[in-house]
Write a protein that binds this ligand. Sequence first.
Ligand code: NAP
Length: 279
Amino acid sequence: MTSSADLYCVMGNPVAHSRSPAIHARFAELTGQTLAYERRLVPMDGFVQGVRDFMAEGGRGCNITVPFKIEAPRLATHCSERVQLAGAANVLTFGADGSIHADNTDGLGLVADITRNAGVSLAGRDVLLLGAGGAAAGALGPLLRAGVRHITVANRTLARAQTLVQSHAALALLQNTELLALEPQALEADFDVIINATASSLTGADVPVAAHVLRPGSLACDLMYGPAAQGFLDWAKAHGAVPRDGLGMLVEQAAEAFLLWRGVRPPSAQVLAEMLRAA
Ligand code: NAP
């Protein structure tokens, strides 16, 4: 890091597993940008102070990860349409006047990874979105905009899934997409695409759904990546699905954040390919 480098970070708890610093460093290298990007572990009750401290140190922006995405918009002076719809943010950009702009690039990253990197069209598909936290909230709008036929949001706390479905009901109607909220135990159907946006893999918990939701050849994505996602990926493969972890989404959502911060789109497919080769 040089003293003239613009400073960014990823803020969360836990945050040690995050590969965002390596991704942004590579984006900067490939686009000729001068920046430094670090991890910031903040206490569970210390998110607001963490952001204030980082701004005071001259930070230009930060990514927000688990569990602060829903808290993040409350700090912002301006929220993008995507944040207003999701009620969650994963990107903050700090203005020189102390303003804080919140955006959400998680869903854009997920859809880009599924459609461009995995080559799976979402149009007309039946999708199961597991979870109703910050990541699921960010994913739902872009999934609806991708033209899927049906989405079930299933969460162990049903009320949170219902709230998410209600806040997206108008968009679902506009997109002619059927949108339902269920408890995971109440699921009877199977799906073309299953997205685990719960924190089950992060916390080492069991796969939060029964295998009958998978069809042969279903795409089964866990938003987690690295060794912690392996249990879900093995489960999906053992039941005839095509497993995919969250690394591609991570790179694609980071690319959207980098574009917001630096005004230049980094070569995300190249960076993902490099990371997969190095794995
Ligand atoms: P969050 O806001 O804390 O939400 C967690 C969600 O997981 C809630 O719906 C929660 O259900 C559910 N959950 C937690 N533990 C569970 C368990 N053992 N069984 C079933 N459900 C459980 O977290 P988040 O920000 O949405 O992140 C979720 C996951 O996505 C994390 O693993 C995170 O690393 C990953 N992620 C990856 C990317 C990427 O770019 N690849 C981006 C964003 C997030 P309740 O509502 O019932 O508590």
